[in-house]
Design a protein around this ligand. Sequence first.
Ligand code: MG
Length: 388
Amino acid sequence: MLNEINSGLIIHEIKAIPISFPIAKNNRVQLGIGNSIKNDAVIIKVTTKNGITGWGEAHHGRCPGAIAHLVNTTIKLLIENKNANDIVDIWQKIYHNQLASHGMGTAACLALSGLDLALWDIRGKAIGLPLYKLLGGNKKEVPSYAGGIALGYQEPDQLVEEAKPLIDSGFKALKLRLGQNLKADASRLETVRDYFGDDITLMSDANTAYTLEDVRNIMPILERLNISWLEEPFPPHDYRSYREAKHIGHVPLAAGENHYTRFEFNRLIEDKVVSHLQPDLSKSGGLTEVMRIANLASSWKIPIHPHTSKTALNMAASIHLLSSIDNGGFFEADVSKNNLFRDYLTKEKPYQINDKGMVTALDKPGIGLEVDETFLTEHPVIEGSSYV
Ligand SMILES: [Mg+2]
């Protein structure tokens, strides 16, 4: 029977579909990467000869049309007629042809990530198991924090108003955005800590907008307010600043959403600077690679808190991952207002927060979600950057 399943899994078609929707003015969020004006994603659809459809998400990379074009014109040619079950071989082929010889190109890694997720979706569907079971995990409660494109730069009392319903809905952890200026950053952190008290876990994220001096100035405040981590103070390649920042204070650093493949995570780990790793299934090389990164991190006792991309597919897959590794940390729940990709791209929701602030993995085969193809045609790509 397994042979029959396997022989039917020859890849028949690969298609990348870039999608977008504008964000209404009152729902826009200002943060270290700019002002969010639209939401973008690249959906990867892979069908097999025996009629199984796998879905994945590639991060948009601020140019969703380009990522989709790369898949539709180049990457698909590399793996035509391969068996969808040969995930490691396919990963290696794309690595060899697109990544190894011409540098760690971001676009290629994003495309590979979305494709890899679609292949894992097929694998689960072919065998009839949800991803967490396929990966040897079990259904457990995974702690989550309120994150995504939300809780950005705004007056502190407005931030409290945004956070209140999240806490009421069960969240025990929130991530706030830094990088505006020291006074505003500190004021938001202090107001939220004061209002919600010490039982709430607070993380912070500068989205690469800090300098070393900024870190020196904010660190005493982060320490006093018991902030759990300072995420991405600097761009991912600014290794010197990360090394210097390590010695500034006691709040641990987090990073990884802009690091690609185990080769870049290897350096991040060996530099012994970052204490919380945040690979993204739709950016860092897909589930195949993030499992490798998680295992690498496990040997150093470093937790994995996957960064969340834009759609329900990435979100549900992240919970499968967290249910399947021995060093899983927080799930980043995207609490942005009116994210159509989270709420309407698929027929079912990717997760529900319970009253303890926990989520659990879906039980249907594969990622556990089916994409509404009408949604794809109704939300064609809008060219241009997502943030201005
Ligand atoms: Mg971040």
